[in-house]
Design a protein around this ligand. Structure first.
Ligand code: G6P
Length: 367
């Protein structure tokens, strides 16, 4: 049966509202309800002894890989490399014997992924794909397939598949961390509980999207927008910039907050909104001080934070959007939602073809 938009104006809006359900369905696929721990998925390698992991994909899926790298390294103490598939396929990197690669893709058909997979296969790496389409080519070309449970995604710009992919990767990071003896049972239980609470927080965020619409009205006429984040929020800053470019055609860049002083700070004036992902946590003070530097140069700071981070940011930010406070481990999943919503509302205000942005395709099956 054809999929409809229901009461939504666009598929993208409908799919944004599916975030809570999709994250919940995906987590339920990987977390055993009885033990409340991630069940070991069938994999072609043993995470306990895996020497090195490659992560790759294209577009938003690549940004999922970037986020997952922080998790695999920090939580699971697993050496991880990450690259876009279009570079990886020609890079000819030295490969570690017994290594593995995971490819993330909504469609499972992206040509650059298939070529990079072939290259890594030739180098003796085992292959896992994380896809949303079970009978896809990538799935057939892999030793194991891990499914996202996002359902069909129609909007060209990926939304719900993105948080579903993050959910799978977060589960894997926890599972690998346990296999590698990198976290104890209490920490694992705490982080798993934090993951299981994400759908509920995501639903709250979607209910309070009026504030995001106000931010959208504020940035709709900007020519350039800068998105800043640190740690696992850096890839989410890049996702915010990517989405804004894709559907509203505003030039945007996602930058590591600490790298701003090496370039983007030259652009800052009142005409360039600086959108920052700055929840409380170990990196809060560092990011906040980068934002203060931008504010001191006349920058208009729009900060996404939580109730703990809000008071400090209100001193210099022109707008502070409060999202639910969660463990820093799951913050990237939650923060992906407001930046995607923001891009959506800007595109609606600008009257672009939200679901079918110019020059873009849902699945890129040619090089
Ligand atoms: C296209 C889509 C993006 C998507 C990317 C990767 O560029 O417009 O939304 O992130 O392809 O697609 P995949 O199907 O491999 O996730």
């Amino acid at each position: 049966a054809a999929i409809g938009k229901g009461n939504y104006r666009h598929f993208m809006e409908k799919e944004l509202h599916e975030h809570p359900a999709v994250i919940g369905d995906t987590l339920r696929q990987y977390i055993d309800p009885a033990t409340r721990a991630v069940a070991r998925p069938a994999l072609p390698f043993d995470p306990a002894t895996l020497p090195r992991l490659w992560l790759s994909g294209c577009g938003s899926a690549f940004l999922v890989c970037n986020t997952a790298r922080y998790w695999f390294e920090t939580l699971a103490r697993l050496p991880t490399d990450c690259d876009v598939a279009s570079e990886l396929r020609y890079r000819d990197p030295p490969l570690t014997e017994g290594g593995a690669a995971m490819f993330v893709s909504q469609s499972g058909e992206t040509a650059d992924n298939l070529a990079a997979m072939k290259m890594l296969r030739g180098g003796g790496q085992s292959l896992v794909s994380v896809v949303n389409v079970p009978e896809s080519t990538m799935s057939r070309e892999s030793d194991a397939t891990l499914m996202t449970v996002a359902g069909p995604e129609i909007s060209v710009a990926s939304t719900k598949a993105f948080t579903a992919q993050l959910s799978v990767m977060a589960c894997l990071a926890l599972n690998f961390a346990r296999s590698r003896g990198a976290i104890d049972a209490a920490e694992e239980a705490r982080l798993t509980a934090a993951l299981l609470e994400v759908p509920e927080h995501a639903a709250k965020l979607l209910d309070a999207s009026a504030e995001i619409e106000a931010v959208a009205a504020e940035i709709r006429d900007a020519r350039d927008v800068l998105f800043l984040g640190r740690g696992s929020l850096f890839p989410i800053a890049m996702e915010g910039a990517l989405k804004l470019k894709e559907i509203s055609y505003i030039h945007a860049e996602g930058y590591a907050a600490g790298e701003m002083k090496h370039g983007p700070i030259a652009l800052i004036d009142a005409a360039v909104p600086v959108i920052s992902l700055c929840p409380s946590g170990p990196l809060f003070e560092k990011t906040a001080s980068n934002l203060q530097e931008a504010a001191a140069r006349g920058g208009r700071i729009i900060a996404f934070t939580d109730e703990e981070g809000a008071p400090a940011l209100r001193r210099f930010a022109s707008r502070v959007v409060v999202v639910p406070k969660v463990d820093p481990f799951v913050a990237p999943i939650l923060h992906a939602i407001p930046v995607q919503l923001l891009a959506y509302h800007v595109a609606v205000l600008k009257g672009t073809d939200v679901d079918q942005p110019r020059n873009l395709a849902k699945a890129v099956t040619v090089e």
